[in-house]
Design a protein around this ligand. Structure first.
Ligand SMILES: *[C@@H]1O[C@H](CO)[C@@H](O)[C@H](O)[C@H]1NC(C)=O
Ligand SMILES: *[C@@H]1O[C@H](CO)[C@@H](O)[C@H](O)[C@H]1NC(C)=O
Length: 558
């Protein structure tokens, strides 16, 4: 059992400005965090789902990005108001091991790089830090996130400050030019010590994206074990987060040989998953096939760990301009997967623009959720969509409800809802969804009722009926993606669940079931997601429906 002494109560306000629908106003998290089976839990044994955003602080200036554009407090507040509960805050190893770097002031650090404009911006927006040493400025950011109830994961992203990552940048694996294992252990120990007692620092990622020609599993076990022990002994409160090989895609080797550590209940593995992890496969292939094969691959390389260990998807993201076909196809497969497994995650990235990236001052970050001047969201609809993944669907201590299903629509981040007791079905917030069950012979029934989902006809809205034995009430998950819900009309035509332009749930001819690569099936992708959250509307309506002929049925309000 965890000891409760020293536990800090931490209030996470999850009210999101972009998502007015039913976020719980506040959830109390008792820090520090630990793990049980595949879950991250707090001191009360309740699941804490990490819904983080990556905030970059490892480039040449070694200052958290954006502080020349907006005040630290504004940025922290924005992170929370967008529904994130945590930041993965990157740091370069040399910040912790090179005292002449760590003691440069913010002003000096920018000036040595010729970034006078950034100095002026920091002076205007964050005058308190302009003459602080870099390490103190980093601490100030962590502390401000804490004041705003945002948890922090310290991520050792690279050794030598600069953009990461390539296979031959000298930062990829133990023994590379800038990656001395002993210096790394020293740096981890210093950071773990420095933030010992800082309650909102809940985890430390030992090293980002191990990679390159010298990577090997022997050294992985040897050094990751030492790194994990070093961090844990300097700061036993933090989760110790371990990256795999090949840019944090591959943790398959753990299947045969688990890591051996002197402690337990604190270890989390991390994995990264982008569209470009598979080159241009999404753009050039059939999205059903690509989603199926990428998913299988991920389960084999890392996803299998969820049988017994937390797996933190610590980087994923997409071009927020919405014009990158490869990314647009991938993200819907990602959404379905992240919902199904109810993953902990960190989106890449908060950053709207960098002070300096790869030699370009003011580099615009198209994967950033904020725009180039950090004043507003680059693409509110993407934020709205991923907000569906910010709250947990299930996990220890969250609810007494028995598990049931919601019918999740990855393209919109919404779920299939009843709009009246047996009327039209529409997409809406998953928090408002009925519970569903999927029972032999493949019937989808509204929990606590006799109503099952039925095909009316091609191009028509689906309906709810009570005679659930016909073919039009039988739903199969088809295609390699397993995300089409397919059924038949009464005349025997095969159809797939779909939505029309008004978000009404309909059935249409199934899309992209052949190998066509010019075709996007996403409007027809649905995922049955298990949850224990309270099925909201059904409570009152079910009570009525269990009493057939009850006179008050017309008076139900929605
Ligand atoms: C330490 O940092 C200073 C200031 O950036 C730099 O000039 C020096 O080369 C660094 N030393 C090492 C060993 O990296
Ligand atoms: C969507 O709703 C509008 C307004 O009610 C209606 O005119 C339109 O026909 C609907 N579109 C579809 C595809 O049903």
């Amino acid at each position: 059992m965890k000891k409760m002494a020293g536990t800090t109560m931490f209030i996470l306000s999850l009210s999101a400005v972009l998502t007015p629908l039913s976020f719980p106003s506040a959830a109390a998290v008792a820090l520090p965090l630990s793990t049980v089976s595949r879950w991250i839990i707090d001191g009360d044994g309740r699941r804490v789902k990490l819904a983080c955003v990556n905030w970059v602080s490892h480039l040449e200036p070694v200052v958290a990005e954006g502080l020349s554009k907006r005040s630290m407090n504004d940025i922290s507040h924005t992170i929370l108001s967008l529904g994130f509960n945590c930041v993965r805050l990157t740091w370069p190893l040399f910040l912790a091991t090179n005292d002449s770097l760590a003691s440069l002031t913010v002003r000096q650090s920018f000036l040595r790089l010729g970034l006078e404009d950034s100095v002026a911006g920091i002076q205007a927006n964050n005058p308190d830090i302009v003459d602080l040493p870099l390490i103190e400025a980093y601490r100030a950011v962590v502390s401000n996130l804490g004041v705003n109830n945002v948890m922090v994961i310290l991520d050792n992203h690279i050794s030598k400050p600069g953009w990461c990552c390539s296979s031959n940048d000298g930062n990829g694996f133990f023994g590379d030019t800038y990656f001395d294992p002993d210096l790394w252990l020293t740096g981890l120990t210093r950071m773990a010590n420095l933030f010992n007692g800082v309650a909102n620092v809940v985890g430390m990622s030992l090293r980002n994206e191990l990679r390159g020609s010298s990577q090997n599993t022997n050294d992985w076990y040897k050094y990751m074990q030492k790194g994990a022990e070093a961090v844990h002994s300097a700061n036993p409160d933090v989760l110790v987060i371990l990256s795999g090989l090949s840019y944090d895609k591959d943790l398959s080797f753990l299947k045969n040989k688990p890591l051996s550590l002197s402690f337990s209940g604190k270890v989390v593995y991390e994995v990264h998953w982008y569209a470009f992890s598979d080159g241009s496969a999404w753009k050039n292939g059939n999205p059903n096939k690509v989603c199926g094969s990428v998913m299988n691959n991920m389960m084999r390389l890392s996803g299998y760990l969820l049988q017994q260990t937390p797996l933190f998807l610590s980087e994923y993201g997409l071009d927020q301009r919405g014009t990158n076909v490869n990314d647009n196809r991938y993200i819907n497969c990602f959404m379905g997967t992240a919902a199904e497994f109810d993953l902990d995650w960190a989106l890449w990235t908060l950053v709207g623009s960098y002070y300096l990236r790869e030699g370009v001052a003011g580099f615009d970050e198209t994967y950033g959720i904020l725009n180039g001047d950090w004043s507003s969201a680059r693409n509110p609809s993407i934020l709205q969509k991923i907000s569906a993944l910010q709250l947990p669907f299930k996990g220890p201590g969250l609810s007494e409800n028995r598990p049931h299903l919601v019918i999740f629509h990855p393209l919109t981040g919404l779920c299939v809802l009843r709009t009246s007791w047996a009327g039209e079905l529409k997409l809406g917030s998953c928090m408002e969804s009925d519970g569903w069950k999927y029972t032999p012979p493949k019937t989808l029934t509204v929990l606590g009722t006799y109503f099952c989902l039925q095909v009316d006809d091609l191009g028509k809205p689906v309906k709810l009926g009570i005679i659930c034995t016909d073919l039009n009430s039988k739903w199969d998950a088809v295609s390699d993606s397993k995300m089409h819900l397919s059924s038949k009309t009464s005349s025997g035509k095969t159809v797939c669940l779909d939505v029309d332009s008004n978000n009404t749930v309909v059935t249409n001819a199934c899309k992209c079931l052949n190998s066509d690569s010019n075709c996007d099936p996403a409007s027809q992708w649905f995922k049955l997601v298990e949850t224990t959250t309270t099925p909201k509307p059904s409570k009152s309506v079910n009570r009525m429906l269990q009493l057939p002929g009850h006179g008050k049925i017309q008076s139900l309000s929605w």
